[in-house]
Design a protein around this ligand. Structure first.
Ligand code: SF4
Length: 419
């Protein structure tokens, strides 16, 4: 098979991995315009210092001996198969890099013979790039669940990031949809990666210098909506993964029935807004000091509210926590005010050393006052709006927080081919 055809097949097959979330868009240029967006090939990621970089996103092969029902590459799927030789991936990466198309490589793979053999093939690519080509760009390698600790330690020497996908929050879901996978094995892989990262960090502390090991940490992905597991279960699982394995990110991928996922073809697609709300909740856990229990406890139903962001939902359920005096409150309290982001909280803490903060100061900081004004007191603003109970307040906030449903309708229309 020609290299270009392999590239078409294996870049397309890689697009379902959400770890590079920007790689799903298709757009054809208009007459006289420039550039087409393809749903595959190059995606974006963030380096440890926060830079956004372009990655060549590929599978080494879409041949797989496992049979995960939600995956287009599963053993029983009828998709056309292809497989790169490691040196072909090295060549493609170097060619694209030299032309300035990409700054790195995201390489995943179906399970070829077993987890160890697959891992060895992935390592061969990364090792050749680093040692034979002196490639200094970013490399994200997929960690095959159950690969031996020695191979994971080897992979971490060449990769900036490793990711073992957990896919489902509970074993019952894996038993049903990915029978070859176990949470125990996947978490053991994460644990091995964490050990490598910790050892490198400790060695750096002790000796000032240490061999590099997955400097951009590890991440994982969960498929949302292919089973009945609720957002409550998903968020508690994510929280426990962050705590146990120090993950940089959990990615959420809304389940979409696609051609060749026959076992689940009759299942409805998960609304993209559900995925979006999970990302918002995840952000609150990682950056705002919320726990999964706080975000989900008392929510209506087991899933997050699609109509309101999780922070506003929490604030409405905890009306007694407010008002918060922006001139006196702690950072933790301020971070719980709807409409106040982490950057503005840091600015407020600085500004109030110099003068009392008024409502106009919040406006100058571009705080979303339409939300925040119902939850704060400032030096010149202490209205009686706090008399409003949560229900009346929710009614008042409704028109502004319903806008995303348009996005959701568009997404569903696009999935059903109406657009
Ligand atoms: S292991 Fe499962 S998710 Fe991964 S490529 Fe194979 S079938 Fe797909």
């Amino acid at each position: 098979m020609e290299l270009v055809r392999k590239l078409e097949i294996l870049a397309d097959a890689a697009k379902y991995d959400a770890s590079c979330a920007s790689s799903g868009a298709h757009r054809k240029r208009r007459n006289g315009g420039i550039g087409n967006a393809e749903g595959m090939g190059i995606c974006h990621s963030y380096t440890p210092d926060g830079r956004c970089i372009s990655l060549l996103k590929l599978l080494l092969t879409n041949v797989c001996i496992w049979d995960c029902a939600y995956c287009v590459n599963r053993k029983s799927s009828s998709v056309q198969r292809a497989r790169f030789k490691p040196e072909e991936v090295v060549k493609l990466t170097m060619d694209f890099y030299k032309r300035n198309y990409i700054e790195g490589l995201f390489l995943s793979s179906g399970i070829i013979q077993n987890a160890d053999y697959t891992m060895e093939q992935l390592i061969t690519v990364a090792k050749k790039l680093r040692e034979s080509e002196s490639f200094g760009g970013y490399i994200h390698l997929k960690a095959a669940p159950g690969a031996s600790p020695e191979l994971l330690l080897e992979a971490g020497k060449y990769a900036d990031r490793l990711s073992a996908n957990i896919e489902m929050p509970v074993q019952k879901d894996l038993d049903r949809l990915a029978p070859e996978k176990t949470l125990v094995e996947i978490e053991s892989t994460m644990s091995d990666i964490k050990s490598g990262i910790d050892a490198a960090k400790n060695s750096t502390k002790r000796n000032g210098d240490a061999p590099l090991f997955a400097r951009a940490g590890q991440s994982t992905q969960m498929v949302v909506g292919a089973t009945e597991s609720s957002d409550t279960i998903i968020l508690h699982k994510a929280e426990s993964l962050y705590r146990k394995f120090d993950l940089r990110r959990v990615y959420y991928s809304a389940f979409t029935p696609i051609e060749n996922t026959n076992p689940l073809l009759s299942e409805p697609p998960t609304p993209l807004m559900r995925e979006h709300r999970l990302y918002e909740a995840d952000w609150l856990i990682r950056q705002y000091g919320f726990t999964a229990s706080e975000i989900t406890h008392g929510a209506r139903g087991e899933n997050l509210d699609l109509e309101k962001d999780p922070k506003l939902s929490w604030a409405l359920r905890h009306r007694g926590y407010f008002p918060i005096d922006v001139n006196k409150a702690s950072a933790r309290q301020l971070l719980r005010v709807p409409g106040l982001g982490a950057k503005n909280v840091a600015r407020i803490l600085k500004i109030r050393h110099y003068h009392q903060i008024k409502l106009e100061d919040l406006a100058k900081l571009r705080v979303r006052l339409s939300n925040a004004k119902w939850f704060v007191i400032t030096a010149d603003y202490n209205p009686s709006v706090y008399q409003l109970d949560a229900e009346k307040l929710e009614e008042k906030l409704k028109p502004k927080v319903f806008q995303p449903s348009l996005f959701e309708n568009l997404s569903n229309a696009a999935l059903s081919g109406e657009l």
